[in-house]
Design a protein around this ligand. Structure first.
Ligand SMILES: C[S@@+](CC[C@H](N)C(=O)[O-])C[C@H]1O[C@@H](n2cnc3c(N)ncnc32)[C@H](O)[C@@H]1O
Length: 304
């Protein structure tokens, strides 16, 4: 029948061919060890789902909104509001504003109203390509930790880190921020932190962060806990994963069990491991776990 092989026959052929085993082994072994910061597929996916050029959690005025009643438009609006809240803390200036970890560049049009010297920085190839085609701002294409600070020394009025502080190595980033800021300059940071024990490691530990700030000669001049305002986005993603994603996954497995029982038998042993991995990922977007383990803060930080 037109030479079309069933999936079962195809997999069986692969299993019986030592040449294919070798190919599979060498492809796996030699796979390019890509630095995630340079090509972050997850952030690229978020931008395809939410095309507002923001890659952060957004800010909901209505903290009681239920996931089942939310739309992508609500998240889109919340992301713009988050950007506006953050940019309200940035003063007008003739000096440089640097958007460190600028993502797809969504903050740039708002920051351009505050200065005509707004510089974006990201290590991600895809983000640089996007920004250079859509915005006129200068883009520095590197990790912040690798920035050549000399040309910008004491020339930056405001450094913005919008959900990018969590990626920075503080031992390198804090002295660098100190070097870049003009006298009286501000670092506006918006991000989440781990408070106490957490089941996964994203976000800096808040107490360690405070100690690092103090040691590096910084003090927090403004803080707002916006955890309740970002939680609706997390609750929405969690709702999709548990109410739509998991049932679809189970439907697929049940279908394979009926249509291709041999394949189901062959993979049955690894299904619990796959479930464990999925559940771990789902837990990171469980709003109850997030609010017990993390705190999302909007802050202004200045030299002491
Ligand atoms: C969650 S996104 C936030 C993007 C953007 N600030 C926003 O609010 O939409 C995190 C950003 O940090 C960048 N990033 C990751 N590691 C970095 C590093 N070491 N130095 C500078 N930026 C980094 C990512 O490429 C991405 O642009």
């Amino acid at each position: 029948m037109g030479g079309k092989k069933s999936i079962g026959k195809h997999l069986f052929g692969v299993l019986l061919s030592p040449a294919k085993w070798w190919k599979i082994y060498s492809l796996q072994k030699n796979r390019k060890r890509q630095d995630r910061a340079q090509d972050d597929a997850q952030l690229k996916l978020y931008n395809q789902i939410l095309p507002g050029d923001f890659l952060h959690y957004g800010y909901f005025e209505n903290t009681n909104i239920e996931p089942v009643k939310m739309s992508i438009q609500d998240i889109y609006d919340a992301q713009l509001l988050y950007a506006q809240k953050l940019v309200e803390l940035v003063p007008n200036t003739n000096n440089i504003i640097m958007d460190v970890g600028c993502g797809m560049g969504g903050l740039l049009p708002l920051l351009n109203k505050k200065s005509n010297q707004v510089i974006a920085l990201t290590p991600d190839n895809n983000q640089v390509k996007h920004i250079t085609t859509k915005y006129t701002n200068k883009v520095l294409h590197n990790k912040f930790e690798d920035l050549d600070a000399e040309p910008y020394k004491n020339k930056v009025q405001t450094i913005v880190t919008s959900e990018s502080l969590q990626y920075l190595n503080l031992d390198i980033a804090l002295p660098l921020i100190n070097k870049l800021l003009v006298q009286g300059g501000t670092w506006v940071a918006c991000d989440y932190f781990r408070i106490g024990a957490a089941h996964e490691k994203s976000g800096h530990n808040y107490n360690a962060f405070l100690q690092n700030l103090d040691k590096a000669g910084f003090t927090i001049t403004y803080t707002k806990d916006i955890t309740p305002n970002i939680l609706p986005t997390i609750a929405y993603v969690h709702w999709w994963a548990t109410q739509i994603g998991m049932p679809i996954k189970q439907f697929g497995i049940d279908k394979i069990k009926v249509k291709a029982p041999g394949i189901h038998y062959a993979v049955a042993d690894i299904l619990p491991q796959i479930d464990e991995k999925i559940n771990k990922n789902i837990n990171t977007v469980d709003p109850k776990i997030f609010s017990a383990e993390k705190q999302y803060l909007l802050m202004c930080i200045e030299r002491k």
